[in-house]
Design a protein around this ligand. Sequence first.
Ligand SMILES: *Cc1c(COP(=O)(O)O)cnc(C)c1O
Length: 449
Amino acid sequence: MVGYKSKVAEQIHLPSRTKRERALEEAGYNVFNLDSEDVFIDLLTDSGTGAMSDEQWAALFRGDEAYAGSRSFGELEDAVADVMGFSHVVPAHQGRGAENVLYGSLVEEGDVVPNNTHFDTTRAHIANQGADPVDCPVDDARDPAADGPFKGNTSLERARAVVEEHGPERVPVVVQTITNNSAAGQPVSVENSRAVREFADEIGASFVIDACRFAENAYFVTEREDEFADASVADVAREQLGLADAVVMSGKKDGLANAGGFVATDSDALYESCKQRAILYEGFPTYGGMAGRDIAAMAVGLREAVDEAYVADRVGQVQELADALESVGVPIYTPAGGHAVYLDAGAFLSHLEPEAFPGQALVCELYREGGVRGVELGSFAFPDTDRPELVRLALPRRTYHREHLEHVAETAAAVLERREDVSGLEIEEEPEMAEIRHFTATLEPTGSS
Ligand SMILES: *Cc1c(COP(=O)(O)O)cnc(C)c1O
């Protein structure tokens, strides 16, 4: 049962088909280039795009904008202590700012950092330290059809192999991302987090949890891990996060805020070094690049994220979209993740080779057909890797309603109907850095030039 009702409404509209065709062409078949006004249902990301609660909006008004010693920062410290169990907090403007602060303190040139799967910005920040980020997912993580309760888990076998190859002295930190965003938002079990904790102790490394979606992860644990069948989401969250030496957080995810992030730890030494680095890159450590009001809203959001009704509705809505899509025959990654449904574009547009970017072609057709914006996570976004061709439909928190989800499923079904007529795409212009080309590159239908 949905545990909230709407108090503010934002109008959205579906532009005419002619308008959508033109917008798509002008955007160079890259939906990052669309104006949001031309998008009807925006499932590009769940990052900072959700609806805040009335309590969060009230907190915005009460925000304390003092440069040092802000009361709003005190509220964040209290929320982090209560919800996550850490005594020290270093705020940052968003998750990647927190990553810069934390990994800049923990990682040195020549190091190797295992993670169940590095999220893009995590990978980039570790690489930026001159270190080597290594993914250690379980075997099934990249198989869209495999069943399993915790496909987001870390493969201890792979992590051990990394240490054997490079030596424990080169591995200062082991990271675990919950949920595993780059593996279709799949959850990680507490049992697996415990095993990573033990492994980190064995090799004398720190254990960091990327906690961006810790509440969604905790919800899955209560549903799928026997030991926690009767536990609350809040209890699981503290249990799991308590295994780590530090957490890195984007407030735009399970902080239920539109901006913000932080590092949290109990280690006095790590806190000190993070603080110094934060002053350099983010701001004085009681605001860290955020407005006091945004800190206040994030503090409230953290508490709301572990509310049972909220998180059950949140994960339930993603499942609802997955069910609606499956019922009309759309191939999806199973089971559904915590924040998004991933379409299996390779199966959907099976007549297109990876070189013709089936995922990007599907993204464009979803927009053309129904004004729905998703994002490609396949051979366009990840050149030279053999990932499955996925299209992510991420649900902003507390934003869309059942009718919207039905529209998305109907749109996908209409594209499925005419899938054989969908042509592939080729790149027209791309930036120098291939790793981030999907944000700005322009494309055109194959054979059109
Ligand atoms: C979003 C995200 C980040 C980065 O956070 P930003 O707020 O976008 O900078 C890091 N890790 C994971 C798993 C994420 O989902």
